[in-house]
Design a protein. Structure first.
Length: 324
């Protein structure tokens, strides 16, 4: 029984480290890039277009736990590494293992994807290890791998990425930079205590809100104009989904913008919960607009459901109220 309890505890620790409330997004972005390039691509390539970014995302989470272990020991001692439930070396080794596995799969799929996989991994590690404390540069660097994921998805089904997807990749870049800035606002106080010079720490709440509004307006503009010069997409599906996504994002940003200063952590977390759901819809609605509605529902519906469920079950464990 003791051994069973230990296995269960280890499983829950790694499940917590993998953030099941965020893990579905990256794969959906890669899948959308593949479907928009070749809606009739075979299922094996589509699966790898989803799997490789997912492995990279989980690797970045283990990397964040490893590189942030000293900060977490001060501000979030309940997390896996500072609590002692996971060794720092284990988090580091799993980061390396997952990056290696994802790179091998990407190269087997298309050797040229290494041109995207390597810089994406470098930026992900650089963010966790150094760029997080460099103001807005850190937020922008954190959004770049998602842009590369769109192009990777395209290269999963053909040799070179479709140029029409470059503006869409830029849209994801801007969107995820804003999402990361919102996360930095949530962690403002703990980052200040740990000496991380993030944008909210250096510039304050008002400047951060202006940045969030700018990122929101930027990605929405890119998304709204993309179908005007892109390949064939179902514009009715596209713009209907975009209206829903834009509304969710707008509610989240406006909730933060109207909050009393200093902005309470609870406000940022509430807004981030909306963004977590919004970006999953963002990651799969393109699949439907490309004519694969059944695939979008098959992947998107369980992703949203599991994300919300994981958010409710694990949020208090990962972000206890004493830390909010």
């Amino acid at each position: 029984m003791h051994g069973t309890s230990r296995i269960k505890a280890t499983f829950l620790t790694h499940l917590e480290a993998c953030r099941p409330d965020t893990v579905f997004y990256a794969g959906l972005v890669g899948l959308s890039g593949a479907i928009l390039t070749r809606p009739d691509a075979d299922s094996g390539r589509l699966f790898l277009a989803w799997l490789v970014p997912t492995l990279a995302w989980i690797a970045s989470l283990y990397g964040g736990d490893y590189f942030d272990r000293e900060l977490d020991a001060l501000a979030k001692p309940h997390r896996p590494v500072p609590s002692g439930r996971m060794k720092a070396g284990t988090a580091r080794n799993l980061m390396v293992l997952l990056i290696g596995a994802g790179t091998v799969l990407a190269v087997l799929l298309n050797p040229l994807t290494v041109l995207l996989a390597i810089p994406a991994a470098v930026f992900g590690i650089a963010y966790a290890g150094w760029l997080k404390g460099k103001g807005l540069w850190g937020n922008v660097a954190r959004g770049l791998p998602t842009a590369m994921t769109v192009l990777f998805g395209s290269m999963a089904v053909q040799t070179l990425p479709t140029l029409e997807l470059v503006p869409l990749a830029a849209m994801f870049w801007v969107h995820d930079s804003g999402s990361n800035l919102l996360g930095a606002l949530c962690d403002r106080d703990s980052d200040r205590r740990g000496g991380y010079l993030t944008y909210p720490v250096v510039r304050g709440d008002d400047a951060t809100v202006r940045g969030l509004l700018g990122f929101y307006a930027g990605w929405l503009l890119l998304a709204a104009t993309w179908p005007l010069y892109a390949g064939p997409v179902d514009r009715l599906i596209y713009y209907t989904a975009l209206l829903v996504i834009g509304t969710l994002g707008g509610v989240a940003v406006l909730d933060v913008a109207r909050a009393p200063r200093p902005i309470a952590r609870e406000v940022g977390l509430r807004a981030h919960e909306l963004v977590v759901v919004e970006r999953i819809v963002l990651g799969c609605f393109l699949v439907a607009a490309a004519g694969r509605v059944e695939l979008a529902l098959a992947v998107g519906a369980p992703s949203v459901t599991l994300t919300i469920l994981a958010r409710r079950l694990m949020r208090r464990r990962y972000e206890p109220s004493t830390q909010r």
